[in-house]
Design a binder for this molecule. Structure first.
Ligand code: GLN
Length: 315
């Protein structure tokens, strides 16, 4: 009977995913990172990592893509594990901005150099500077080891074409990082070009929807490995990351998504979204056509629809 129920559930999700595909026409693929413009805007994939440790994927769920800003949740967990919560939040705030992810204006306008939260670029660059390792190569290794543990995928790496493409064109992030260093938020020992090298590789971590779904499954299960129960992320860190996903994960669409879906989620400009639901199921979505807030157009619709259909709101 359980099997039958699951088959029914799978069928319903599959139908919803196909229905949501029409929304892909209403968005457009990000082009400010030149390498991202090759994505096919009609793509919509989804994967669910369920309690019994299995992953089912739907639509174009087998496609691979880069994490982009979804990596901010991974980097935050790692920086807190490596540098400690006090150190991280001495430099980065905990409040939503209501502004776009690249916002520089807020930094200047708030009359405080401290980035408002770790999910906007200014905060994320600061967070990445606090990942453990003496050299940039060590920091990248540290990130790779962590992401391989989270996904259970030992072959996982970054897409070097996407990383190089962003590194070449990252003038906005460069400006932010130099400003933050000038303000003493980013440590004076940190070289900004090496930091951008780590940051762009972090954003270019490449994976499938199932990898994405497993990452968020772990955050939804107090940071434990689905197979061994081993603590990959300390439970309080996992909870903190999920809370940031609610308040800041979808930039200036976070409030609306909390109301309409109630699913802690984090998006990236590649069109990736991960979402965590109450029983701990992990949702990974990829659909590269974005809305005006920089979130996956069909992806957001899919989260809302799944939430309504299966009553997945945490509230
Ligand atoms: N790598 C991108 C950037 O820093 C990530 C932004 C995003 O996904 N919203 O611009």
């Amino acid at each position: 009977a359980v099997k039958e129920e699951f088959r029914q559930f799978e069928m319903e999700v599959g139908e919803i995913v196909e229905e949501m595909r029409s929304f892909t026409h209403e968005g457009s693929v990000a082009t400010y990172i030149p390498e991202l413009r090759h994505a096919d805007p009609g793509t919509l994939g989804c994967a669910l990592y369920t309690k019994n440790g299995t992953c089912v994927s739907f639509g174009d769920g087998e496609e691979t893509f880069t994490l982009q800003s979804v990596s901010k949740v991974v980097a935050l967990a790692l920086a807190v594990m490596d540098s400690g919560e006090d150190q991280v939040f001495d430099k980065v705030g905990m409040e939503p901005t209501g502004g776009p992810f690249y916002s520089i204006a807020r930094l200047a306008l708030m009359n405080s150099s401290k980035p408002l939260n770790p999910m906007i670029n200014a905060g994320a660059l600061t967070v990445t500077s606090m990942i453990g390792g003496r050299t940039e190569a060590e920091k990248v290794e540290r990130l790779l080891r962590f992401i391989r543990e989270l996904t259970g995928n030992d072959a996982l790496t970054y897409d070097s074409a996407v990383a190089a493409s962003e590194f070449r064109t990252a003038d906005y992030n460069r400006a932010l990082a130099y400003l933050l260093k000038g303000e003493g938020v980013i440590d004076s020992d940190i070289g900004i070009e090496p930091l951008l090298d780590v940051y762009t590789k972090q954003c270019a971590l490449s994976m499938s929807c199932c990898d994405l779904a497993r990452i968020v499954f772990i955050f939804g299960h107090e940071g434990r490995s689905p197979e061994t129960g081993e603590q990959i992320v300390p439970a309080p860190v996992a909870r903190m990351v999920k809370t940031f996903m609610v308040t800041c994960g979808m930039y200036n669409e976070s409030g609306e998504l909390a109301i309409r879906a109630g699913i802690p989620a984090k998006s990236g400009v590649s069109g990736a979204i991960l979402g965590s639901v109450p029983d701990g199921m992990g949702i990974g979505i990829y659909s590269p056509a974005l809305n005006e807030k920089g979130n996956s157009r069909a992806g957001v619709e899919l989260l809302k629809r799944l939430s309504r259909h299966f009553q997945l709101s945490i509230f």
